[in-house]
Design a protein around this ligand. Sequence first.
Ligand code: MSP
Length: 475
Amino acid sequence: MADKKFYLTTPIFYPNAKLHMGHAYTTTLSDIVVRYHRLLGEKTYFLTGSDENTQKVVQAAAAAGEEPKVFLDKIVENFKTLFSSLDISYDQFIRTSDEQAHWPGAIALWNKLQESGDLYKKEYEGLYCVGHEAFITEKDLVDGKCPDHGTVPQYIKEENYFFRLSRYTEDIRKKIIADELVVAPATRKREILSLLDEGLQDVSFSRPRTATSVGIPVPNDDSQVMYVWCDALSNYITALGYGRDDALYQEFWPVNVHVIGKDILRFHAAIWPAMLMSAGIALPKTILVHGFITSGGKKMSKTLGNVIDPEELLAEYGTDAVRYYLARYISPFEDGDITREHCKAAYNADLANGLGNLAARIMQLAQTHLSEPVAVEWKPFPKEFTDAMEKFEVNRAVEYVWQRIQALDQKITAEAPFKVVKEDAQKGKAIITELVTELAAIDLMLEPLVPQTSKKIIEAIMANKKPENLFPRKD
Ligand code: MSP
C-alpha cells in the first residue's frame, strides 16, 4: 500500500474576486478525499491554484484602480487565508502567472499539439463572453445577453489558432464509455456522452496579442497569446514540472481525480483529454463533477440578500463545523443548499448535542473511573465507510459515522456504566473501556472530515482526560 499514489486537483480559481461558498465546497470536498487517501497510507499530492491570465482579472483590477499584479497578489493571499481557515491540506498552489513554474510546461504542451498537426490558423468571427472566458453562440443568448453573466458578449473577428478537437471525439467517447476515463456521477457521464454524440467542433486556442493584455505567448508567433482555457488546463501537468523538471510528473501523472463543478465539464471531459491524446500523454483516471450551491433554493446574490460568505461562516462556527456542514448536507453529485438557519440547527443537533456531547460524556467517565488511558489500536476502516469514500459519496460516509455516534450514545444509556461502576467496579470499567475504544474507532473516521476535532479527541483519549468543550451550543 505504501507505494500507491494519489494525485488530486481542484480547478484553479479566477482571482477576480474573493472566493465564495461554491469554491469553498469544491476545495473542502477535495481535501476530504485527499485526507482519506493519505490516512490509507497512500502517497498523496494535492494541487490547487489560481487562473490568472484572463481578461476578467485585468478588468477587475482596473475596476479596483490597482495594478494587475498588486491586485492579484492580494486576492491570492486572500485565497490562501481562506484555505488555511478551512484546513485545506494542499501540497502546491500553482499560479498561472508564474513564468517559472507554469509557462515552460504550457509552452511544451503547445509544441506537442503543434507537432501532432493539431493546431492551425484561421480567421474567426464570433461572440466572446468574458464571464465564461469562452466563445458562445447566438442561440445561447437571452435578450442578446449571456444568460449566466447578464452581459452582452463582445463581437470578435480575428485570427486564431484552432485546436483540432473534432479529431478526438470518437476516441474520447470510447474511453468514457469504457470507464477508462471515469466521469462521475453517471448523470454527468451521460451529459458528456450526449455532447460527444453531437460531435465536437474545433476550438479557438489563441487570441491576438492585441485583443488581450495578458496571456502566455504562442511559441514562434509573436502576434498570438494562448487562449485562457488552453493555458489553464495545462496547470494540472505544469505544476508537476512537465516540460521543466519532471520528477513529480513521473511520479504522479496520470492524475487520479480532477474535482470540478458542473459548469466546466466540457473543458475537462472533452478539451483536456483531447489535448492529452494529441500530446501522447495518459488521460486522467476520474473526473468528479459536483453540483452548485444555492441558498434557500436560489443562486446566492446580493440583490436577494442570501449570500453566505465562507469567511463569515468560519468566524461564527469554526473550521470543523463548516467542513462538517459541507460534507454532510451538500451532495457531491447534485446541487446543494445552505442557509444560516440550517447551519445553526445542524451545528446544535449534530455537533454540540451529538459528537461534542458524546466525547465529553465518555471521557468524563474515563477520567473519573479509569486509572490510565485506554490503549487504542489502529483498526482498518469499516466497509460502509470505505465504500462510500471510494465512490466519493462523502455525505453517505458522514451519515454512517453519525450513525455510529448515535449508537454509541445509546450504548451509554442502555448499559449505564455510571451506575454499574458503583456496584461492580470491574464490570463498569470494562464498559467504559469499550466506550473509549469505540470513540477512538469513530475518531479515525473523523480525521478527513473534521481534522481539528479528531485531533482533540484522540489527544483526550491518550491523556485520559475530558476534552475542552468541542462545540459550545449556539443560541
Ligand atoms: N478558472 C476556471 C477553472 C479552470 S480549471 C483548469 C473556473 N474558475 S472559477 O473560479 O470560476 O470556478 C472554480 C470552481 O468553482 C468551478 O469548479 C466551479 O464549478 C465552481 N463553482 C462556481 N460556482 C459554484 C457554486 N455556486 N457552487 C459550487 N461550485 C461552484 O471556472
